[in-house]
Ligand binder design. Structure first.
Ligand code: HEM
Ligand SMILES: CC(C)Cc1ccc(C(=O)O)cc1
Length: 393
């Protein structure tokens, strides 16, 4: 019968070095029974990509975490975008897609570039710092809440809230319990911050609430759609930027190529998203009995997609374990695919491009000058600390 493995994808051994586990999962078969959680795991690029496009068979409406919303009370009110299927998803996604479109973001480019230059100049003055809190976290925490239209105070709750939600997609293990320990003030803040009167008149938040005036959203739905941005808009880009800086610091020959041609900053960020895959895993739930590459899967089964394994699959990528900024990385599954393809992708890419271009123009070298420590989270892959020393160009 079906191949089975008892690995634990939500444990330090896996978080510290996923590569051997990813290889075992890919090689065990198209779909593998994860006996520890009694769910399926899919790690090959071909099948992960096919699942992401087949929303009818692989539904998001029962949640994209281990929890099955049809059997258990969701930890938080389900997202009206992430945790819905069509037709509801079509309506809410349309609003977010317009607010976050590449066209809408053109107006932000000058600001995002200026903020990146200012932050990099300040860090050059310091010389040595921790690239995670001082750069990977500092930059999104400045530009994104500004773009949403949030007041300056209380932005510190954004990372704790993201940490709770991303841990909530996994099992109720110690990472989840630690994250939700003092959740009450954070949850109250998120609820308050999503209201129309808490947001300025021209940011993403106001634009979402304006969809109530046009009848595209109800007054009850709008705060939940704003909550989607508060949830997914920061912790993801923090992990993405951290991944890119970590790659460029580890592979100086790639940094030298970027220095020689700063217009490669977009490609360098994209290849880091493929190489590190900040969002490592999430689930779908089958709506009918089906098969994945010939392995029979029943109706109502949770299937865990290993995006990080798919992005390193030798069946799809040449030299998958090389960080190569000139590689055509298009087609990686780091932002998902299909109807739930990351709606913030253009924004994430803009942030990544601006920060890496600023570094490429102003910083001659990035050296890791201390021990790195990894962050343990049930969904996000990223460092907790990355001590570096940079030299001005
Ligand atoms: C490097 C940064 C980012 C990564 C790696 C990332 C990754 C992803 C992935 C893999 C999905 C698909 C989830 C699924 O199929 O169930 C997704 C969806 C989503 N992302 Fe992102 N994301 C990033 C940045 C952002 C930003 C900056 C925002 C907000 C401005 C955002 C908002 C969303 C939302 C609202 C969805 C749900 C879309 C839907 O279900 O239709 N993400 N993201
Ligand atoms: C990679 C995704 C699971 C990130 C994410 C989280 C939360 C939401 C929401 O809509 O709350 C949307 C996207």
């Amino acid at each position: 019968d079906a191949p089975a493995l008892d690995i634990d994808p939500f444990a330090p051994d896996f978080f510290e070095d996923p590569a051997p586990h990813h290889a075992a999962l890919r090689d065990a078969g198209p779909a593998v029974r994860l006996t520890r959680y009694d769910v399926w795991g899919v790690a090959r690029y071909e099948h992960v990509r096919a699942m992401l496009f087949d929303w009818q068979t692989f539904s998001s409406a029962a949640g994209v975490g281990l929890q099955d919303f049809r059997r258990e009370t969701p930890w938080r009110l389900p997202s009206l975008v992430l945790e819905t299927d069509p037709p509801l998803h079509d309506r809410t996604r349309k609003v977010l897609g317009r607010v976050l479109s590449a066209g809408a973001l053109k107006a932000l480019r000058a600001t995002f570039e200026r903020e990146a230059d200012a932050l990099v100049d300040a860090l050059i003055e310091r010389g040595s710092f921790d690239a995670i809190p001082d750069l990977a976290e500092a930059y999104p925490l400045k530009v994104f809440p500004d773009a949403i239209g949030m007041p300056a105070e209380n932005r510190r709750y954004l990372l704790p809230y993201g940490n709770m939600v991303f841990n909530s997609f996994g099992p109720r293990n110690e990472y989840f319990e630690d994250a939700v320990r003092d959740a009450a003030p954070v949850l109250a803040w998120v609820q308050a911050q999503s209201q129309r009167d808490a947001l300025d008149d021209h940011g993403f938040g106001a634009q979402i609430h304006a969809a109530v005036d046009t009848g595209e959203l109800t007054a009850d739905e709008a705060p939940i759609v704003v909550r989607s941005l508060l949830t997914a808009g920061v912790d993801t880009t923090v992990s993405g930027l951290g991944a890119a800086i970590y790659c460029l610091a580890r592979f100086p020959d790639q940094y030298a190529r970027l220095r020689a041609d700063p217009s490669l900053s977009k490609a360098a960020f994209e290849e880091a998203v493929r190489y590190e895959t900040p969002v490592q895993t999430f689930f779908r739930t089958t709506t009918r009995a089906t098969d994945i590459g010939g392995v029979a899967v029943g109706e109502g089964e949770k299937v865990l997609m290993f995006l990080g394994a798919a992005n390193r699959d030798p069946r799809r990528w040449e030299r998958p374990d090389d960080y190569d900024i000139t590689r055509p990385s298009a087609g990686h599954v780091g932002y998902g695919f299909g109807i739930h393809l990351c709606v913030g992708m253009a924004l994430a890419r803009l942030e990544g491009e601006c920060v890496l271009a600023s570094l490429a123009r102003r910083v001659a070298s990035i050296e890791i000058t201390g021990p790195t420590t990894r962050r343990y989270n049930n969904t996000l892959r990223g460092l907790r600390s990355l001590p570096v020393t940079i030299r001005a160009a």
